[in-house]
Design a protein around this ligand. Structure first.
Ligand code: CA
Length: 234
């Protein structure tokens, strides 16, 4: 993008708003602030930001309603800023159309990485299917969509068709968290609800691709929420 990327920060706590503003400003983002839901909606309409950071605890409206309204009217990445331990809130936000979330308290690098990933993922989604990347690589993991092959280093990994589809789904959304429910429905269809199925398959995938399945480096567990394939090595 040639113009400065505009971030709309929706946050009613001044200290957190200032902190976010300082972090983003230092990276040359253009930062706009809204301190309640109504202001967020009107500023999104009048300033067409590139991405929105949305705190869900707002004084005037339920943050989830703000999210649903934003999603209804605006096609842009929305990153929810959520308190720790609120897994259910994160899942609901993702299901309501948030692209990802960050958990308070967050580190600067984590925040900036999430923003970059969301913007990149959004740009990728804007491209037509035919222009999708033909392969995905991170660390020693190499996935060729054309050959339907996954390598770890030089070694070809044998995945079942279901395992392969799970890995592809996560890789296509690398850097983003996908909820258990989202993955279940993408892989097993709209009526799937048995999360045990996903857990078993994930354990098998990790056994095949992770150097240490107990401490995964490629597919991370987001406790109570879902899974995230990393897009860059930390
Ligand atoms: Ca708040």
């Amino acid at each position: 993008m040639s113009h400065p990327v505009t971030v709309l920060v929706v946050e009613d706590e001044r200290a957190i708003g200032n902190l976010l503003g300082a972090i983003l400003d230092a990276q040359k983002y253009r930062v706009l602030f809204a301190t309640n839901g109504a202001e967020a909606l009107s500023m999104a309409a009048s300033h067409t930001p590139d991405i929105i950071l949305l705190d869900l605890g707002l004084p005037d409206m339920d943050g989830m309603d703000v999210l649903i309204q934003l999603r209804k009217w605006f096609d842009l990445p929305i990153l929810v800023v959520s308190a720790r331990q609120k897994e259910q809130e994160k899942v609901e936000a993702l299901d309501a159309g948030a692209n990802d979330y960050i958990t308070k308290p967050f580190g600067n690098q984590e925040l900036l990485a999430r923003i970059r990933t969301s913007l990149r993922q959004y740009a990728r989604m804007q491209n037509s299917r035919s222009q999708l990347d033909s392969e995905f690589s991170v660390g020693d993991l190499h996935l060729s969509y054309a050959r339907r092959q996954l390598h770890i280093g030089d070694e070809l990994v044998h995945l079942t068709p279901i395992e392969y589809r799970i890995v592809v789904l996560l890789a296509r959304n690398a850097g983003m968290v996908l909820t258990h429910d989202h993955i279940l429905k993408e892989i097993w269809g709209p009526f799937a609800s048995d999360s045990q199925l996903l857990r078993v398959n994930m354990a098998n995938i990790r056994r095949k691709i992770e150097p240490n399945p107990a401490d995964p480096r490629y597919i991370l567990t987001e406790v109570g929420v879902g899974y995230r394939m990393i897009d860059t090595e930390r």
